[in-house]
Write a protein that binds this ligand. Sequence first.
Ligand SMILES: N[C@@H](CCC(=O)N[C@@H](CS)C(=O)NCC(=O)O)C(=O)O
Length: 333
Amino acid sequence: MTIPTDPETGEFHRAPNRFTDRITADGRDGWPVEPGRYRLVVSRACPWASRALVVRRLLGLEDVLSVAVADPIQDERSWRFTLDPDGRDPVLGIRFLAEAYHKADPDYTGGISVPAVVDIPSGKLVTNDYPRITIDLSTEWTAYHREGAPKLYPEPLREEIDRVNDEVYADVNAAVYEAGFATKQSAYEDAYQRLFSRLDRLAERLAGNRYLVGDTITEADIRLFTTLVRFDAVYHGHFKCNRNKLAESPVLWAYARDLFQTPGFGDTVDFDHIKRHYYQVHEQLNPTRIVPKGPDLSGWLTSHGRESLGGRPFGDGTPPPPPPRQETLPPQW
Ligand SMILES: N[C@@H](CCC(=O)N[C@@H](CS)C(=O)NCC(=O)O)C(=O)O
């Protein structure tokens, strides 16, 4: 995989998402919410795709929106379904996610990214606009939420959730990549600085509050979680985000463990996919493609003590039941 960086500044810039149609209750973009019609394509390695996996679990949309899990290792044609029999997604019948992108736009030459939502009848990609995908699952798919589904983007808190999300996106979610992919010292140091000063501020905020906004789990926690859960396994070493490990930051480590142990979070996380993807795909950073053995992951299940801060994880709702059998991950340590 080639990593696009600015030759002058050495900075990594993310390409904008090209496919931004929305799947809505009223179908205004031509894509109405409909159970069984769409397929969510993810890599369990990918933090952006993993947001959608968590939201789908918390809202109980597993039977309504099926999921395709790509091989964590992309080849030159990008994401592929080599984990499935005959290397084809059994529902879409395709071998590469690129086929759905090209069905939607035969002239498309940009990146092939996950998460991606594909219209099953036509085989066309509908959207790869990951920040919108999770918000729409919360606000447009309400007719199909499970009983007891939490409100992850409640109206009275939206402004604050959006503000926290913007900060977390710039200084955490994207900054780890900007540190890891930088090709100039100054670009790396700028990202590193922003990352750790933001993490310090988030730790202050979370010291007395169980969750980021309000007293329940929201979209903001999901977006921070998917970066934190990868921190010690890949960002600390591979991306040189090494002022300290997550496990050395008492508040954030307890916060991340609390979420990890909440149904719908840890049960979507596959550390094997995460580690193999980052260490084997970014050959510029890791030319030997050796995947480190560590770190010891068993700490994720230790008690976190955050219950004493109060908070109501699911608000007036309830935790989701365990994942469907076909989505249950094998024990990881
Ligand atoms: N295009 C989005 C999607 C999220 C994303 O970067 N996904 C990664 C995996 S973690 C991916 O699919 N990368 C392949 C590519 O963009 O070509 C972005 O870059 O902001």
